[in-house]
Design a protein around this ligand. Structure first.
Ligand SMILES: *Cc1c(COP(=O)(O)O)cnc(C)c1O
Length: 393
């Protein structure tokens, strides 16, 4: 079985590029060039150097002793929470802004829901002195004031999307419209392993530094490169794709995905895409997404803004359908309790997204000598208000 993208942009039956005709030249230009650019020695050198000196990589692989004792197994945390800007997202935005420069682009656009990808994009635009426009739903702008302020400080223009439900999907439509109107000078930075081919593959490759590091770090600590399991939470699926990438074809490594079940899979308020989703097209790719019988996309819900997405990247749809990945979902309550538990046991406050991955220990029992590597995708600072409200702190 092949888990890498095909020449045409497919993972099994998922993926592809379902885009309006007018966007074709932009996407085709990227498709023809991205692998060539990524293979150029000076591109690689600059990417690696920025990951090291600016992001702070390699991120530690930390043996969580007390968490391991509690669940009677060996748990390692991949500390993406220690990256500059507090999560894995910056690995991708660094890669894409270097790609944009190589392709001669002068201006960056992005869409954002909760604002995390907007901040990661505005950060690298400041770093490179590039113009940056971030589209964001009017309602999200009101809900996510601190991230809007960060983007403005970083010099980005935050443009409100005023149509439809005034959230992420409408911001995406506005960004696509902008790209159609500015095909020559503008690059569109997508923030997860989603979108038309080549985005899911390009984002996965930029994030694959996560599993590349896990391999040598685990070799140092355990004497072997392959863990028994890798675990990650999935919104669109970029931290998961990066965590799995170098293990996809290593059959002894179990791949575990945790989605957001919100108030319960069958509550009507969740984002458990693999359990509830059917094949459909979202953001330019064919994948699993939550939809009504007549194909209307269902509004997702999760306490975690980063997992609140109605689809999942095409790689993950393929891992689900082929059975290569084990898919679980964690409710808001399970995630919040798991986040607090990590805080108490290890002195690490995780992002609520990452807390969903940690909830795997409530769903699956591992063997005492299993080595489980879990992607701690981000830190909890941004979620403090949520933790305060939930636990009455
Ligand atoms: C955005 C985000 C996620 C979800 O995005 P993926 O593309 O699925 O990785 C997970 N964790 C954190 C901390 C995030 O900011």
């Amino acid at each position: 079985m092949n888990y890498n993208v095909t020449e045409k942009g497919y993972y099994g039956t998922f993926g592809g590029a379902y885009i309006p005709e007018m966007l074709y030249p932009n996407v085709e230009n990227l498709r023809q060039n991205y692998l060539k650019v990524m293979a150029e020695p000076d591109f690689k050198a600059e990417f690696d150097q920025l990951l090291k000196d600016y992001v702070g990589r390699p991120s530690p692989l930390y043996f969580a002793k007390r968490l391991s004792e509690k669940y009677n197994t060996k748990v390692y945390l991949k500390r993406e929470d220690l990256n500059h800007t507090g999560a894995h997202k910056v690995n991708n935005t660094i890669g894409q802004i270097l790609m944009a420069k190589k392709l001669g682009k002068k201006r960056i656009i992005a869409e954002t829901g909760a604002g995390q990808h907007g901040v990661a994009t505005a950060t690298v635009c400041a770093l490179m002195g590039m113009d940056c426009v971030v589209y964001m739903g009017e309602i999200d702008i009101a809900r996510q004031a601190p991230n809007v302020a960060r983007m403005k400080m970083l010099g980005a223009e935050v443009r409100p999307a005023l149509s439809g439900s005034k959230t992420l999907k409408d911001a995406t439509n506005e960004a696509i419209r902008d790209w159609i109107n500015n095909p020559v000078d503008t690059h569109y930075i997508i923030g997860s392993a989603i979108g038309p081919h080549p985005y899911p593959d390009m984002v996965t490759r930029f994030q694959s530094v996560i599993s590349e590091e896990i391999k040598w770090q685990l070799k140092e600590k355990e004497g072997r490169e392959n863990p028994d399991y890798v675990v990650a939470c999935i919104g669109g699926g970029s931290n998961a794709a990066g965590t799995y990438y170098h293990f996809l074809h290593e059959e002894e490594v179990g791949i575990i995905a945790v989605e957001a079940a919100g108030k319960g899979i069958n509550s009507g308020e969740s984002a458990a895409t693999s359990a509830l989703g059917k094949e459909g097209v979202i953001h330019g790719c064919k994948t699993l997404l939550m939809q009504t019988n007549d194909g209307q996309i269902t509004e997702p819900y999760s306490i975690s803004a980063g997992l609140d997405y109605p689809g999942v990247g095409p790689l993950h749809a393929h891992l689900y359908k082929t059975g290569r990945g084990e898919f679980y979902s964690a409710t808001d309550d399970e995630a919040m309790q798991s986040g607090l538990e990590l805080t108490k046991l290890e002195g690490i406050i995780p992002a609520i997204e990452s807390s969903h991955a940690l909830a795997i220990f409530k769903h699956k029992t591992f063997k005492p000598d299993d080595v489980v590597v879990l992607s701690l995708s981000g830190r909890g600072d941004k979620d403090l208000d949520n933790y305060i409200k939930y636990f009455n702190l």
